[in-house]
Design a protein around this ligand. Structure first.
Ligand SMILES: C[S@@+](CC[C@H](N)C(=O)[O-])C[C@H]1O[C@@H](n2cnc3c(N)ncnc32)[C@H](O)[C@@H]1O
Length: 199
């Protein structure tokens, strides 16, 4: 059995919406991100396995799941929209108000561009997405919070990390074993956000 089939079958057996769950689980087991009661913003959440995992871990905390596509899981706040659209940001703010949530403890993005196969293009779109996720984090991430972002490798990868590391105690790249062989994706994991005004 191929490695990717192993994670696919495992996700199916364990009732997760996608094999991507095992990437987040790996990150959490390595960096101790999730705790009971935390509030989580999942950007690019569909089909939903990261949000499923987050909800299991935070228990009575709240998970916001944002995607341009439909999200068919229960017990999360679903917001359908493009993260580049300000209306989506307004929707997040409105739901935060409804739920009486001031800030998130974790912001995570497993967003991907539609893969063109041209690595420079995929990298550049992925960096634009990562920048947008970081801007959203400046607005919504609470002090002490964690940020996880998928990025496709390329020339601006290290510059992006350097640009944001001053806002956190630490910021490192990790590539989970569940990432497909030959994939250019990696995950930036940043912990203990110092707050945007502290810089
Ligand atoms: C790899 S999937 C995420 C898988 C998810 N983490 C899971 O565990 O099921 C990437 C998602 O990002 C979403 N996405 C891509 N660009 C987006 C954007 N600009 N705004 C919102 N969602 C976006 C796609 O629709 C897709 O559902």
């Amino acid at each position: 059995m191929k490695r990717q089939d192993y994670y696919y079958q495992k996700a199916k057996k364990e009732n997760y919406r996608s094999r991507a769950i095992y990437k987040l689980k790996f990150i959490d087991e390595k960096f101790y991100i999730f705790k009971k009661g935390m509030n989580v913003l999942d950007l690019g959440a569909s089909p939903g396995s990261w949000s499923q995992y987050a909800k299991e871990m935070v228990i009575d905390g709240t998970v916001f799941s944002v995607d341009i596509n439909n999200i068919r899981i229960e017990d999360v706040v679903k917001i359908r929209g493009d993260i580049f659209n300000d209306e989506t940001i307004y929707q997040i703010e409105k739901e935060m108000e409804n739920m009486n949530i001031k800030q998130f403890d974790i912001i995570m993005s497993d967003m991907s561009p539609k893969i063109s196969g041209i690595k420079e293009i995929d990298h550049s779109i992925s960096i634009d997405m990562a920048r947008r996720v970081f801007d959203i984090s400046l607005k919504f991430l609470g002090e002490g919070g964690s940020l996880i972002i998928k990025i496709f490798k390329g020339q601006d990868l290290e510059n992006f990390r350097k640009g944001i590391e001053k806002y956190f105690d630490f910021c490192v790249f990790t590539t989970p074993p569940a990432s497909r062989k030959g994939s250019r994706e990696t995950y930036l994991v940043c912990k203990r956000f110092s707050g945007k005004n502290k810089i």
